[in-house]
Design a binder for this molecule. Sequence first.
Ligand code: ADP
Ligand code: ASP
Ligand code: MG
Length: 462
Amino acid sequence: MIVMKFGGTSVGSPEMLERVANIVKKNLDRNPVLVLSAMSGVTDMLIRGTKQAEIGDMQGYLETHKKLKEKHLSTINVLMGNEKDLIAEISKFMDSLLNIWKAIEVLGEVTPRAMDAITSFGEKMNVRIFASYLNKLGIKARYFDADSFIVTSRNFGNACPIEKHTRKELEKLVMPSMREGAIPVITGFIGKTPEGLTTTLGRGGSDLTATFLGSLLGAKEVWIWTDVNGVMTADPKIVKNARPIKELSFIEVTELSYYGAKVMHPRSLLPVMEKGIPVRILNTFNPDFNGTLITKTPVENKDVVKSITYIKDLVLLNVTGRGMLGVPGIAARVFKTAWEKGANVLMISQSSSEQNICFVVRKEEAQNLVDALKNEFELEILHRDIEGVEKIDNVAIISVVGAGMRGTPGIAGRIFTITGKNGINVIAISQGSSEYNISFVVSGNLVEKAVQILHKELIEEQ
Ligand code: ADP
Ligand code: ASP
Ligand code: MG
């Protein structure tokens, strides 16, 4: 059995759904279990409409609602014509979405819990459409909403699926359908709390749904179908010479996705890593291409640097002060405050003089955290032990990744010679002890240029 996940662009239009059906047809003998994202753009639209409702922009959310409805109903129309039951079902989702948005407009507020319930609609509508379409083509299929059987932690917006609690429900609900020969078409991205409230696994979370189910079902492989030829040497949207990488290890892809390669959700390899289930990244637009195979053992090859990634829209925070020298607990208090404010610290660097702790967070989380830190260190700031919390806006992290970098001397030297030669100022540097990546911070305005130059010199001319 193979778990196959199709991402947003792979299921973004009637033509794409046709393509996906052809891929499924070709692989029937592999007993596919399908995991589907929402149609492309739909999750964004659901979030946008909810925010429009929250600020009372009725015209805005009505327009968003109209677009969403048209997108789904026209897809049904093109694929299946006047499929009455399905149209009624999708219309029911759209009616309840409008009611929720009206309620949010009145309340003027949206909770993370409500946001998850709303964003789950995209995947739910799509599995209904695709399962009906497969049945219409004579391929027996059944849709499943993962918020009826994937049990997760309670952190809405970024929940974690829990194997122990899901296993029984999966066996009760999905397995019988498989035994009857119906292909399960399962919503990616969503789950439920132990109490039964809908959660989501974070943006791009359908990858995690696929690997999680692959692990629970003991799949032979997990195939992630997307819109590029595999994991590439850089984001093809900004580096035109980026090329697909034939094989990578779980650790390398985890590092890549953690540092911005959107092609996989950063936590998605954890479930399969433990069991050693191989993952393939394949291109729905080019289905005969081999793509990237991701396995346990780092693949030895001549390429020391395998890929260059970046994350934009970040802020660098600097806690500085001479009074920090030798005072225990400052770092602990800095990161405890970040944790309390729910800010995800993406990179840390501390100078050995201990006079400075510098770290990077996302733009949306920065101001809140600065205020909290000033509050936490009020006394130290008053006594001048800490000078303050400095904030540098609009920075980006660039990460150079490759298992072969471990133990290969001179990589850092080469990276910073290239940046220096090209006038790219490096604001902070960090290298994990795994030595699988070297990450550094540059001004947000320079990130694309820097990635392109590094790719050229470290990968294309390697
Ligand atoms: P899906 O909707 O299929 O989940 P995503 O948009 O989430 O697809 O991920 C695929 C996108 O990831 C690609 O279109 C590409 O622009 C981007 N990407 C960024 N870095 C990389 C990389 N190193 N390799 C491949 N794709 C990358
Ligand atoms: N539809 C969700 C998103 O856009 C999940 C996914 O596509 O993986 O983030
Ligand atoms: Mg994705």
